[in-house]
Design a protein around this ligand. Structure first.
Ligand code: C2E
Ligand code: SIN
Ligand code: SIN
Ligand code: SIN
Ligand code: FE
Ligand code: FE
Length: 412
């Protein structure tokens, strides 16, 4: 018997969303800083290292020559994040520890009395020749080193072609200013990320609580999010839109937290009164997720409120129709029902894919946005793969049913 675990699907899912949203803020910032610094100095390549406790972490790298040779994506894939000890043995480490800028004409000809050495491993691995290198400490308002900006191979156009030259000391003040501006932006981005993380953490707990109540649909949240992403990708949504959709879809039934067990877990059909109570899960969800300070909350609220609206206007709670229903709500409406039909519920067995497809066809332009139905039907193989990968197992139901599996060690 597997140990009782709160590491549910929803938890995993939402943590991935968390990692994505936090790395992107900082990642984009570092890319931008590096690009500007390369433009200012005519550097062919460059890297950014960030101080993280007692190590210096290599975060971002750009290389004009390798991008041209291999393509942008292949070049990016070459550079894996790694750590350097925070000491004077590497050039970047020396800069971080000493807080001094280091301008080296040729890294293969460093004065032997210098405390640092150039590590040629990455040159060899990438078939690249580093010569000139300018490394600057990025210091925040408190004069603490946030990271190191390292620029490689200042390049000058000559009649004979491009030549690598030493970094011109004329450019030092302006790159230095850019490095300190970057440091301040990095500190701010980290603060924003910490704040966002604590926000998202509360939302995550809501998702877990909702899943815990909704015993019969252990992997429902994961599947609905994955189906929604499948549609979003086919609609050409960008990364940011997909991330919001991922969260919104994951939180769609949060309002079921407020529905009594006697209704939520009723094995048979609901009476009209029970049905009316059940429909309040849209409003309850929208109330729980209300907020205008965070795009993820706003998307989640919108989906919670609108995922039972119908294209023909006969849905609830507002009877919106057509494109008056927000797109995320229209997407979630379709994939939520697709999942309800193709899975077992307390009140119904799982239907065959044939029957599911038939119902979707009948409801095209009635319950559902016809464009979205077409996309789902065009990608049925991929949807079915999601269904199989995240199928509910007896063990999934068991962990919600059998409280005696819960031990004190699991909660402390
Ligand atoms: P759910 O189980 O996640 O179902 C989501 C939606 O899938 C339903 O929204 C409905 O539009 C669709 N759906 C589910 N089963 C069928 C089906 O057999 N045929 C067709 N054509 N559509 C189906 P709806 O009806 O607004 O229900 C919302 C939630 O209310 C459901 O979420 C479920 O938690 C609960 N519920 C609905 N009907 C019953 C019922 O008869 N008994 C019980 N115990 N709960 C029900
Ligand atoms: C350094 O020594 O600063 C790192 C150089 C490298 O590994 O490319
Ligand atoms: C240094 O900046 O200390 C090294 C000078 C050099 O070897 O180019
Ligand atoms: C939203 O702005 O998407 C939520 C409000 C609404 O559903 O109209
Ligand atoms: Fe719902
Ligand atoms: Fe649902």
């Amino acid at each position: 018997m597997p140990a009782f675990s709160f590491e549910s699907q929803a938890g995993q899912l939402i943590k991935v969303g968390l990692a994505l949203s936090s790395t992107r803020v900082l990642g984009d910032l570092l890319e931008m800083v590096l690009l500007e610094a390369r433009k200012l100095t005519g550097a062919d390549a460059g890297s950014v290292y960030l101080v993280d406790g007692s190590v210096l972490r290599f975060e971002t790298s750009q290389n004009g020559t390798l991008s041209e040779r291999l393509g942008e994506d292949a070049c990016r894939a070459l550079f894996k994040t790694y750590e350097l000890p925070l000491n004077a043995e590497s050039i970047a480490g020396y800069v971080a520890v000493s807080k001094e800028m280091v301008n080296i004409a040729d890294v293969y000809d460093i004065d032997p009395s210098a405390p640092y050495r150039f590590n040629p491993a990455s040159d060899r691995a990438n078939d690249y020749s580093t010569h000139s290198m300018l490394s600057l400490p990025m210091m925040d308002q408190k004069d603490e080193v946030v990271g190191v900006l390292q620029l490689i191979n200042a390049t000058r156009e000559t009649p004979e072609g491009k030549r690598v030259v030493p970094f011109d000391s004329m450019c030092l003040p302006v790159v230095g200013a850019l490095a300190s501006q970057a440091a301040v932006a990095i500190v701010n981005a980290k603060l924003t990320m910490a704040l966002q993380k604590s926000w998202l953490d509360s939302v995550l707990r809501l998702g877990l609580a909702a899943e815990y109540r909704d015993k019969e649909t252990a992997n429902h949240i994961t599947r609905v999010s994955e189906y929604a992403l499948l549609l979003g990708r086919n609609l050409g949504m960008d990364k940011n839109g997909l991330e919001l959709l991922h969260w919104g879809a994951a939180m769609h039934d949060t309002g079921k937290l407020g529905i009594p067990d006697s209704i939520l877990h009723k094995p048979g059909l609901l009476t009209p009164e029970e049905r009316a109570t059940m429909e309040y899960h849209t409003l309850i969800g929208a109330l729980i997720l209300k907020g205008d300070s965070n795009p993820i909350l706003m998307a989640s609220q919108s989906v919670a409120l609108t995922h039972h609206e119908r294209w023909d206007g006969n849905g609830y709670p507002r009877g919106l129709s057509g494109e008056a229903i927000p797109l995320f709500g229209r997407i979630t409406a379709l994939v939520d029902v697709f999942d309800a039909l193709s899975s077992r519920r307390v009140y119904k067995p799982a239907f065959s894919m044939e029957k599911v497809v038939q119902i979707l066809g009948e409801e095209r332009g009635r319950h559902f946005d016809p464009t979205l139905v077409d996309i789902l039907l065009d990608n049925l193989d991929e949807a079915d793969a999601i269904r199989t990968t995240h199928a509910d197992t007896e063990a999934d139901f068991e962990k919600f049913r059998n409280y005696s599996l819960l031990k004190i060690e699991d909660v402390l």
